[in-house]
Write a protein of this length. Structure first.
Length: 306
């Protein structure tokens, strides 16, 4: 069976625990130097939307494991998509050149469509406002590394809960852990989708709407800040209405519990003050680094379980 990573919903607790054990091993590999574990394998990065972290960390992960990479960072312009080629045709062809495909696309469901026609593993690196499962995996791993546990935590998801795909995937993953409480801290214009809250209800996860950032900061173990996804709004006016409503600055940091941490999938667009970066509670750059280790483990899974 091909090991695709399409949705965070495909991970149960035992798969997560196994994966994170391997991620720790990958940290060790990076500390010691390079590995040849994936020598001879080729990964394609097919990115129809911009990326810094996801694409570079996947590429770094593959290089660190001895594999090779072919990549397009602007596939909507520099692939035959611009000539009208369907996503399915592109995937069939690229799959015949490589051993694994990492895809980011602007349409919800695109990774699933790719997996339906691919004979190599597909890794969803973000499908529009849908999901970003590999980001959510590194988010959970970061929570483990920062707090020592995921069970029993209170996490505030802040900002654009409607279009922020990392929030969707992270909500799905959190449903695997006991006694988690999620605070949805965002404006009414960008609510968490009902599909997510329905899932949380079905899984018995406690969640509530806490629109006040100061209250959320006092209560949460993790503040998961997100960017307002300008590119997904139907009009600039609608974006302007919600831009800049939630800012984590020193005043907010001072309200947090001593052990609490700030995460952000990045990039940020002003929603965390730069002055906060040096505070030990600011874990977002460590979180971005964890992306390499998590993606190394995922690539190993994809390419060594076939
Ligand atoms: N977190 C994240 O997906 O970042 P990039 O858009 O830079 O890949």
């Amino acid at each position: 069976m091909i090991y695709h990573v399409i949705s965070a919903m495909q991970f149960d607790r035992s798969k997560l625990d196994d994966l994170f054990e391997e991620v720790r091993d990958m940290e060790g590999i990076v500390r010691k130097g390079r590995s040849t574990l994936l020598s001879g394998e080729i990964m394609a990065c097919l990115f129809f939307e911009p990326s810094t972290r996801t694409r570079f960390s996947f590429e770094s992960a593959m290089h660190r494991l001895g594999g090779r990479v072919i990549s397009t960072d602007n596939a909507s312009q520099f692939s035959s998509a611009i000539k009208g080629e369907t996503l399915e045709d592109t995937i069939r062809v690229v799959a015949s050149y490589v051993d694994v495909i990492v895809i980011r696309h602007n349409e919800i469901g695109s990774a699933s469509r790719a997996a339906a026609v691919a004979n190599v593993p597909i890794l969803n690196a973000g499908d529009g406002a849908g999901e970003h499962p590999t980001q959510a995996l590194l988010d959970i791993y970061t929570i483990y590394r920062e707090l020592g546990n995921v069970e029993g935590i209170t996490i505030a998801m802040i900002g654009d809960l409607a279009y922020g795909r990392t929030v969707h995937s992270l909500s799905y993953l959190l449903a695997n852990y006991r006694d988690v409480r999620i605070l949805f801290t965002g404006p009414p214009e960008t609510p968490i989708p009902a599909s997510i809250t329905d899932y949380l209800t079905e899984k018995g996860v406690r969640f509530e709407y806490e629109p006040d950032l100061a209250s959320a900061a006092k209560r949460a173990d993790i503040l998961y800040q997100t960017r307002v996804q300008k590119e997904r709004f139907p009009s600039p006016e609608q974006y302007e209405k919600v831009r800049g409503l939630y800012l984590i600055d020193q005043e907010i940091v001072d309200l947090m519990q001593p052990h609490a941490r700030i995460l952000h999938p990045l990039p940020r667009a002003g929603e965390i003050a730069i002055a906060v970066d040096e505070d030990p509670k600011a874990a977002y750059f460590r979180q971005a680094e964890n992306g390499v280790y998590v993606r190394m483990a995922l690539l190993e899974r994809c390419l060594r379980t076939n």
